[in-house]
Unconditional design. Structure first.
Length: 74
């Protein structure tokens, strides 16, 4: 099972985003993204939704135990 933070990190990298770019896309501080990716913090529901939208996947896919699907068009 892949950890939540690792899942976000892998998806972010697959899409070619830096932590700074993702943070800008979701109106968060880069330290927040860093903490989420290192499993030191969990996003709020609204932040989870913003991250999912930025990564092009349903929010439920981030919470699923399986690896989330690729974004449409990949």
């Amino acid at each position: 099972m892949i950890k939540f933070g690792n899942k976000i990190c892998e998806l972010r990298k697959e899409r070619g985003y830096t932590q700074y770019q993702l943070a800008d896309m979701v109106n968060a501080d880069v330290s927040t993204i860093n903490k989420i990716e290192k499993d030191k913090a969990l996003p709020s529901l609204s932040m989870l939704d913003k991250i999912a939208q930025a990564l092009g996947i349903p929010a439920a896919a981030l919470l699923a135990e399986e690896t989330p699907p690729k974004a449409v068009g990949e």
